[in-house]
Ligand binder design. Structure first.
Ligand SMILES: [Zn+2]
Length: 76
């Protein structure tokens, strides 16, 4: 039994279980804000990792987003 090492994750779109090594990881940041228009405005950033199966990753355009992100970082 050498195959149980890869952690299983659920696809965020279709819920299919797949090994993490095959999943598409997409990290998105969620911003919580108090919506006060003052200097004391509290902002919380939370980074959440989402996993998707390759087919959902394609249909959701995650590959595309990832590429754009990389480009943005490169152009900075
Ligand atoms: Zn899926």
């Amino acid at each position: 039994m050498g195959r149980g090492r890869d952690q299983m994750v659920n696809c965020g779109a279709c819920g299919r279980r797949l090994p993490r090594g095959k999943a598409v990881t997409y990290e998105r940041s969620i911003v919580f804000s108090t919506d006060l228009k003052t200097a004391d405005d509290v902002k919380l950033m939370e980074r959440r990792k989402c996993y998707y199966c390759p087919s959902c990753g394609k249909s959701l355009g995650i590959y595309e987003k990832k590429r754009k992100r990389a480009m943005a970082r490169y152009n900075r």
